[in-house]
Design a protein around this ligand. Structure first.
Ligand SMILES: C[S@@+](CC[C@H](N)C(=O)[O-])C[C@H]1O[C@@H](n2cnc3c(N)ncnc32)[C@H](O)[C@@H]1O
Length: 398
């Protein structure tokens, strides 16, 4: 295996895409839009298809559409499909306002079944949320799905913009942990009006998203699904031009526990997918999972298509394991040609806000992207110079 490792500042936080919809909600271990933006620009063309088999909060899908590519999105967690669908089907603020106005959120609704949620919400806020959930389900069109996304983004956090009393924004803590926070901070959940908060957040996030489907018509051909990365039978063989993705790392992120409030609002039961969701600490198990996924990627990718897998280094049995090298090896095993590993070096130390990593001491410290090709990698004209950064123009935001 000949491996070229290229270290540079390929994308920076300064290039932060001014498309606020990307960041509407937090999601565990997510990457910033700059990462898919870099690879989509350099390794695909307008009208081509870009797949993320571990789609998470839909960043690859949305960025693919903004760059006029067709998005294929997959994730085992049904939450992910709902998020990615709404993000790639934004509606006008006026429609949201009109729809919200038509909802009566004050009707009497028993909250007894949801006692635990009173650790987060004032009883009247909880009542409004239950009424909102019901109203959304009654007519599950794009307007209601977008309202649902915004509501989910407001479920827990620090500021007055959230429905909850002061809580953690990144992960949903358990009701018990929230009760402890409340006692420590001497706080009880204040009443938070639901409609006005949704409208405020929607206004903020919809900047630049006007007439989305007209401006980014490739989005009409998007395929956004829930499923296992090892078996994406809904994708025909040899149809994908580029894959950009980040698999679950070998670490302690708990995608089910940390997202439980989102799942509650969406009405999703974890039993439907928890067995297939991979969050193992066992390296051999992880390798088997990645080998199966890479095999499936080899099937769906076109001849000369490109696959980019972002992984980090993790601590395993007190040793640093470079998952990029493992992925490269497995990729070659299933038939891909390795091109290079791009290591993005960032000029700041605190990664917390950059790639969803808790801090610099544990978890993933660098971003390593393994680039592989189905066929021969020689045809790739990869720009490796820093000057390529001039390509990062925000040309979709007009
Ligand atoms: C590192 S996260 C991806 C985050 C994404 N890049 C983003 O920015 O939002 C890994 C994702 O893999 C998903 N996942 C775990 N096991 C899976 C499986 N067997 N098939 C498909 N997705 C899976 C998790 O639900 C999680 O969303």
């Amino acid at each position: 295996m000949i491996l070229k490792k290229i270290e540079d500042e390929f994308w920076t936080s300064k290039q932060r895409q001014e498309f606020p919809l990307h960041y509407i909600l937090s999601y565990r271990a997510s990457f910033k839009a700059e990462l898919p933006d870099f690879f989509i620009r350099h390794f695909s063309k307008q009208g081509e298809s870009v797949l993320d088999p571990f789609g998470g909060r839909g960043t690859t899908a949305l960025q693919a559409n903004l760059l006029r590519r067709i998005a294929f999105h997959n994730d085992i967690n049904p939450i992910s499909q709902k998020i990615a669908y709404a993000k790639t089907h934004p509606v006008a603020l006026s429609e949201i306002a009109k729809r919200l106005q038509s909802f009566d959120l004050t009707t009497h609704t028993p909250i007894d079944e949801h006692q635990e949620l009173l650790a987060f919400y004032h009883p009247d806020t909880l009542k409004e949320l239950l009424n909102l959930r019901r109203a959304i389900q009654q007519n599950y069109d794009d307007v209601n799905r977008f309202i649902e996304l915004v509501a989910v983004s407001r479920l827990h956090g620090h500021s007055d913009g959230f429905f909850s009393v002061y809580s953690f924004p990144q992960i949903a803590v358990s009701p018990e942990a929230q009760r402890k926070i409340n006692a420590k901070r001497n706080q009880t959940p204040p009443y938070r009006d639901v409609k006005s908060r949704i409208l405020r957040k929607a206004k903020q996030c919809l900047q630049g998203a006007l007439r989305f489907q007209e401006r980014f018509p490739e989005s009409l051909n998007n395929q956004i699904r829930t499923g296992d990365s090892r078996n994406m039978s809904w994708i025909e063989s040899e149809t994908i031009d580029l894959v950009v993705t980040s698999p679950p790392f070998l670490d302690k992120v708990d995608y089910i526990k940390d997202n439980w409030l989102k799942a509650w609002f969406y009405g999703i039961n974890e039993d439907s997918f928890k067995d297939a969701l991979v969050q193992t600490r066992n390296l051999e198990e992880w390798k088997t999972f990645m080998r199966e996924t890479l095999k499936e990627l080899y099937r769906v990718v076109k001849e000369n298509g490109t696959v980019v897998i972002e992984v980090g280094e993790v601590m395993y049995k007190n040793q640093t394991v470079n998952l990029d090298e493992i992925v490269a090896e497995l990729g070659e095993e299933v038939g891909f040609s390795l091109y290079a590993i791009f290591i993005n070096k960032q000029r700041f130390t605190k990664l917390a806000n950059c790639f969803g990593v808790a801090n610099n001491e544990k978890g993933t410290n660098t971003n390593r992207c393994v680039l592989m090709v189905k066929g021969y990698a020689q045809h790739l004209n990869v720009p490796l110079e820093k000057t390529t950064l001039s390509l990062f123009e925000n040309d979709y935001n007009s």
